[in-house]
Design a protein around this ligand. Structure first.
Ligand SMILES: C[S@@+](CC[C@H](N)C(=O)[O-])C[C@H]1O[C@@H](n2cnc3c(N)ncnc32)[C@H](O)[C@@H]1O
Length: 382
C-alpha cells in the first residue's frame, strides 16, 4: 500500500472508531434516536436526488450497484431500496463494522473492506457506481486511479455518479487594516487524551473599521506549541462568518489532540486561506494550556449545531510544516473539472452532466458528475 493510501486509511480508521456519524456528515450530531433516523433519511434523500439526476437523462440506477466510500452505510442502505444488490466499499474497517450493524437488508447488501488502490470487482460486473463526499477526501493521484477502476468495473452503458470538488476560487484579500479580531476562548479542554478530537468554543469579534465579507475563506484555526516550540502548524479549521465592525460570532473548532503526552499550548488564530495568518499581520492570538495524557479520555465532545462546523480543512496561507503521524483530520482535495472531463472523454465515456454541487461546502467549486461508460476497446482491464 502506498504511504498516501496508508495515511488515508489511518485517518478514517481513527474517525470511524471515535466519531463515525460526525465524520460522515459534519454539520449535525447523529448520536442516536431521532437524530440517527434523520441521518438515514438524508441518505434516502440523496439517493432520490441521484435517481432524479439519472432520470433527467432517461437513465436509471440498474440492478447491481457499488457505493464507493460507503462509511456507515447511509447511501448503500438507501440504494438497496431501489436495486437488487449493493456493495458498500470502504477503506476503514471501523466504519464498516457500524455499517453492518445498520443494515436492514440482509445479504442483498455487502460491506467490503478495501485498502487497495484497485476495486475488488470483476470487469464490467456492475451497473452503477455512486460516490458522494468521499473522493474529496482522497489525494488526486489516488482518486484518478479509483475513477479508472470505476470505469473498469461498470459494464458498457452503465453509469457513475460521483461528486468531486474542482478548485478553490482565490479569495479577495481582506485589507490588512481590517484584519483585526478579538479572539476569546469560551470553552477548551484543560486535559485531553492523546490522539483524540475535542471541540474548542471561540468568540471572534471584528474589532476593525471594515466589514469581513462573505465567502472569502476566513477561518479560525489552531497551532500546537510545546516547550516554547511550534510542534504543529496546521490542525482544525472552522469558517468565520461575515461580520460587520463590532460584531462577533461564536464558532466551534474541532482540534486534534497531539499524539505525545505532555504539557502543550493550544494557540488560536484567524487565517484567510491563501492570504495570511493574521498573527503575521500583527493581530494578537490567544493561547490556552492543555495537558495531554497517555490515555484517550471518553468520547469526544458532541458537535454543536452550528453550520460553521461544516467547514473542513483547506490549504493554508503558507505551505504547512510536515504533519506528525497523529494528524487525523479530514483533508480536502479537488481535481480540476477540465481534467475530469478530459479523462472520461479520452476513455470513451460520456459526461452526460456535471452539475454544480454544494457538498464540499460553499468555498469549493464542486460538481456532481453523471458519466455513461462507453464500449471502448482500450478500457482498462484487470
Ligand atoms: C465523509 S464519509 C462519506 C460516507 C458516505 N459516502 C456517505 O455519504 O454517507 C467518507 C468515507 O469515505 C471512506 N474512504 C476514504 N478514503 C477511501 C478509500 N481510499 N477507499 C474507500 N473508502 C474511502 C472513509 O472511510 C469514509 O467512510
Amino acid at each position: 500500500m502506498s504511504a498516501e493510501l496508508g495515511e488515508v486509511r489511518e485517518t478514517w480508521e481513527h474517525l470511524g472508531s471515535t466519531d463515525p456519524y460526525w465524520a460522515v456528515l459534519t454539520e449535525r450530531e447523529h448520536a442516536g434516536g431521532d437524530a440517527r433516523a434523520s441521518f438515514f433519511e438524508s441518505g434516502r434523500n440523496e439517493v432520490q436526488s441521484v435517481a432524479d439526476f439519472l432520470a433527467r437523462h432517461g437513465r436509471s440506477i440498474g440492478d447491481v450497484a457499488v457505493d464507493f466510500g460507503c462509511g456507515v452505510g447511509r447511501l448503500s442502505i438507501a440504494l438497496a431500496e431501489r436495486c437488487k444488490e449493493v456493495s458498500g466499499v470502504d477503506v476503514a474497517a471501523s466504519m464498516l463494522e457500524e455499517a453492518r450493524a445498520n443494515n436492514p437488508h440482509g445479504d442483498r447488501v455487502r460491506f467490503i473492506h478495501n485498502d487497495a488502490s484497485t476495486l475488488p470487482f470483476e470487469d464490467d460486473s456492475v451497473d452503477f457506481v455512486l460516490s458522494l463526499i468521499t473522493l474529496q477526501h482522497i489525494p488526486p493521484r489516488l482518486s484518478l486511479r479509483y475513477l479508472l477502476e470505476m470505469i473498469r468495473i461498470v459494464r458498457p452503458g452503465g453509469h457513475l455518479v460521483f461528486q468531486l470538488p474542482s478548485h478553490l476560487p482565490m479569495p479577495t484579500p481582506i485589507a490588512e487594516e481590517f484584519c483585526r479580531a478579538e479572539i476569546t476562548v469560551l470553552n477548551a479542554p484543560a486535559t485531553a487524551g492523546a490522539g483524540e478530537s475535542q471541540y474548542v468554543e471561540l468568540s471572534v469579534r471584528n474589532t476593525s473599521d471594515g466589514a469581513w465579507p462573505y465567502g472569502q475563506l476566513l477561518n479560525a484555526a489552531n497551532h500546537w506549541h510545546r516547550d516554547g516550540e511550534l510542534v504543529r502548524r496546521d490542525d482544525g479549521r472552522v469558517t468565520v462568518p461575515a461580520l460587520q465592525p463590532g460584531e462577533s460570532a461564536t464558532v466551534s473548532l474541532r482540534v486534534s489532540i497531539p499524539a505525545e503526552p505532555g504539557d502543550y499550548e493550544l494557540e488560536l488564530d484567524l487565517v484567510q486561506e491563501h492570504v495570511a495568518w493574521w498573527e503575521q499581520l500583527g493581530n494578537a492570538t490567544v493561547r490556552v494550556p492543555v495537558t495531554v495524557t497517555g490515555a484517550a479520555a471518553a468520547a469526544p465532545a458532541p458537535a454543536p449545531v452550528d453550520e460553521a462546523t461544516a467547514s473542513e480543512a483547506v490549504e493554508a496561507a503558507e505551505p504547512a510544516a510536515p504533519q506528525p503521524a497523529s494528524n487525523k483530520s479530514m483533508q480536502m482535495h479537488g481535481i480540476h473539472t477540465d481534467l475530469v472531463r478530459g479523462l472520461f472523454d479520452q476513455l470513451g465515456c460520456t459526461v452526460l452532466e456535471a452539475a454544480t454541487d454544494q457538498r464540499a461546502g460553499e468555498t469549493w467549486v464542486s460538481y456532481l458528475y453523471l458519466v455513461e461508460v462507453g464500449e471502448y476497446e482500450l478500457k482498462l482491464r484487470s
